[in-house]
Design a binder for this molecule. Structure first.
Ligand code: CA
Length: 316
């Protein structure tokens, strides 16, 4: 399948990117960079650097939106986010700059042109705020029906939020953009906290990665362990949940999750801002989102470990 990853790279984005590169089913035709865990330009830089570290300098990176739809100022990560992902987004681990720069053309145009060219073969996997995707859907109203699938990490339908009692971080970072995406009529699978919170990556695995002896394995283990030590829940549990990698895995193998059709909308006002909930105005007519409500976590965790570890062992 042709895949575009829309990333705010970010520790778990790096793991999602690694899983995509480690998966033979995936032809990664491009990465688009959005703000979120880091500012947009740093997200692009980090995606290029992580790919170069894994020996891949063939995948172009395009610049997406650098701020939420309603913001006038360019987005910068909060101190809280910097504490979890490191100020550089990669757990303060120094991963060298890639030999290539982001492309001149925009992420919005790249997504529109890729959907024009590949149609139903194209899977878009956003694991950050949905700002760029919303901008593309608005610039080309035919995009929603042309694109094969959007499998996104975000939202919380049957569980609480992670940045407020009811909001998940990616959606909370741009609720207005999320509304554009969820109501677009595109074929959307929502991989929310409902399922990502049931996955796990134990801290002990990082020792095993480092023992592979490659620079890439050591670096990615150090990046991930930083997150495991600085994110409060991960520190308590001795390992982290796998938000972004599960979206990539579910795009590759949809049988990893069970979904239910819900006309998702996002609250934009007051304390509920960022909450994902069923839209009662669309309950019968849709458009619907396939919201993941169940995950085969052991099978996902095996898939992730086998693939990522094989790539890290073979890296330089
Ligand atoms: Ca992310």
């Amino acid at each position: 399948m042709k895949m575009i990853l829309d990333l705010d790279t970010g520790v778990d984005d790096s793991l999602a990117l690694t899983l995509a590169l480690a998966s033979p089913e995936v032809e990664l035709i491009g990465v688009t960079a959005v703000f979120g865990n880091v500012a947009r330009d740093l997200s692009a830089r980090n995606s290029l650097a992580v790919m170069a570290m894994l020996g891949r300098t063939d995948v172009p990176v395009y610049l997406g939106c650098d701020r939420p739809r309603t913001a006038s100022e360019r987005y910068e990560a909060t101190l809280e986010v910097k504490d979890i992902h490191g100020a550089n987004g990669l757990g303060e681990v120094e991963i060298p700059d890639a030999p290539r720069a982001p492309e001149e053309s925009s992420a919005v145009d790249f997504i529109i042109q890729a959907a024009e060219r590949y149609g139903s073969e194209l899977t878009l996997v956003p694991t950050g705020p949905l700002t760029t995707i919303a901008a593309a859907l608005e610039k080309d109203p035919s995009l929603a029906r042309k694109i094969g699938r959007i499998v996104l990490m975000g939202g919380a339908l049957t569980v609480g939020g992670n940045v407020s009692p009811c909001a998940e971080a990616n959606i909370a970072n741009d609720p207005e953009a999320a509304n554009v995406v969820f109501s677009s009529g595109a074929n959307i699978t929502m991989i929310g906290l409902d399922v990502t919170l049931r996955t796990f990556l134990p801290r002990g695995d990082m020792d095993r990665w480092r023992a592979f002896g490659t620079d890439a394995a050591r670096a990615l283990a150090n990046v991930t362990e930083y997150y495991m030590l600085h994110e409060a829940a991960a520190r308590e549990r001795g390992g982290c949940v796998q938000h972004d990698p599960l979206a990539v895995a579910a795009a590759i193998d949809p049988t990893l999750v069970r979904t239910t059709a819900v006309p998702v909308r996002v609250d934009t006002e007051g304390a509920l801002r960022g909450r994902t909930i069923g839209d009662n105005a669309r309950l019968l007519a849709g458009p619907f989102v396939n919201a993941a409500i169940e995950v085969d976590a052991p099978r996902f965790e095996r898939m992730f470990s086998e693939r990522v570890e094989a790539l890290l062992r073979a890296a330089s």
